[in-house]
Write a protein that binds this ligand. Structure first.
Ligand code: ATP
Length: 410
């Protein structure tokens, strides 16, 4: 297969197709060549929907963007130093990049970039299936550029790197390989798998931010538990932190989490660290440069864990369950409800999540003022006591709440 015009006509939305034709012609008139590249080409050939398309210009992307954006009256956002431009055209969001040539000064470093030909631009890519381009120039519109056997690998369902140093140059490709393999139901080509296994330690050369970003993308995939199993098989988890294991337990919990709360990478992270010690957890937080909400949640897991046994006490009133759990985030509690294997504890965590956290007294501060109480700490305590009475079923109606308050006030 060489020309993809009919595929493009059948599968791409009309607006996008018209835009690609026009853009190709405008580039032509400027003496430049324009290509559709990467994931959009891969997914077009696989018949998978993908409207996130990348365009590469052999020449000067900002120059082309300015001309194209004129038609829609928009001003493109231009990054001169990267040779990229972004703008809107109708309903489309367009990303244009100048074809580039990359070299790596040392493993894991960001590459040194110079303008290049489309062939250079494709060579810097991760896998053959992502290294194809479609020519958008008038006379060759729809022509497939496939220098690395991407089409054949799509047919054979293989993930293949383009050269032996690929994982050394950029070890984030290790995490990307797992993502595509499981998303597309492909497998790693033999030599690629061998090199991946050999080079897992190269993950040490990559910054925490970049690893975390790829990890989060993996956890957002439809079947993260499969990626996890594979990451363990290939020694990738251990390379991220020696105490991380993706044993059967974790894969099972991931599967349950997936049904419960799809697309919550935080929940998966909390399950991943569930068996770590505090020290290991801190090491991982530092390694992945984790800050903010995710870091707080990861620490909460280890704070709550030693207290969890109190939830196994017999005759524990709901107010005690509430008092213990109210300080923790819902994601943390959900992680425990999934991870904990003691039925009584699990049922109490579930009771909190499904019922207790929603309980509120019918009476509020205004009502207490009406009953003669002054605003202040005592009022706060009384509202809290009222909530606990309600949680424990001692009061059920507004009237019963009022009666209890009057009794307290006597
Ligand atoms: P997705 O469907 O996951 O968005 P995509 O293929 O569009 O897939 P992006 O992460 O958006 O993936 O990257 C766009 C393209 O840039 C990829 O198709 C690939 O060709 C290239 N690319 C991205 N990251 C790397 C990398 N670390 N090394 C080499 N090429 C990369």
């Amino acid at each position: 297969m060489d020309n993809l015009i009919s595929k493009m006509e059948n599968r791409l939305p009309q607006e996008l197709l018209t835009f690609l034709r026009t853009a190709g012609e405008v580039a032509d008139n400027q003496g430049q060549r324009l290509y559709l590249v990467g994931g959009a080409v891969r997914d077009l050939l696989l018949q998978r929907p993908n409207l996130d398309f990348d365009l590469v210009v052999e020449g000067d992307a900002p120059l082309l963007a300015r001309q194209l954006a004129k038609a829609s009256g928009e001003k493109p956002a231009i990054h001169r130093q990267f040779g990229t431009a972004k703008f809107r055209s109708g309903n489309l969001s367009i990303d244009l990049a100048t074809a580039r040539c990359e070299t790596y000064s040392r493993p894991g470093a960001l590459p040194d970039v110079t303008p290049g030909k489309i062939g250079d631009d494709l060579l810097r890519r991760d896998f053959s299936i992502n290294a194809m381009a479609i020519d958008l120039t008038r006379n060759s519109f729809g022509k497939l550029l496939d220098a690395y056997g991407g089409l054949n690998d799509l047919e054979q369902r293989l993930i293949r790197i383009l050269h032996e140093r690929s994982f050394i140059d950029d070890a984030t490709r290790i995490l990307r390989a797992l993502r595509y393999e499981q998303r597309l139901g492909f497998r790693l080509e033999e030599a690629t798998e061998k090199l991946l296994r050999e080079h897992t330690s190269m993950l040490d050369t990559v910054s925490g931010d970049r690893i975390r970003h790829e990890l989060e993308l993996n956890l957002k995939e439809e079947r993260p538990e499969r990626i996890l199993r594979r990451a363990e098989q290939l020694g990738v988890l251990k390379a991220l932190h020696p105490s991380l294991t993706g044993n059967g337990w974790l894969a099972e919990k991931f599967e349950q989490a997936c049904q419960l709360q799809p697309l919550d990478p935080t929940l998966y992270m909390l399950l991943l660290i569930y068996h770590l010690t505090e020290e290991e957890n801190e090491q991982l937080i530092a390694r992945l440069s984790i800050v903010g909400e995710l870091g707080r949640n990861m620490r909460q897991v280890l704070q709550l864990k030693p207290m969890l046994h109190t939830l196994a006490e017999s005759d524990l009133p709901p107010s005690s369950i509430y008092r213990l759990l109210k300080h923790y985030s819902l994601t943390t509690i959900t992680a425990f409800a999934l991870a904990c294997d003691t039925p009584i504890i699990r049922s109490r965590l579930e009771l909190y999540l499904s019922d207790l956290r929603y309980v509120k007294p019918s009476i509020d501060g205004e009502d207490l003022k009406r009953l003669g109480l002054q605003p202040g700490p005592r009022m706060g305590k009384m509202l809290q006591a009222l909530l606990e009475a309600k949680l424990d079923g001692k009061v059920n109606t507004r009237e019963e709440e009022e009666a209890l308050v009057r009794q307290w006030l006597k």
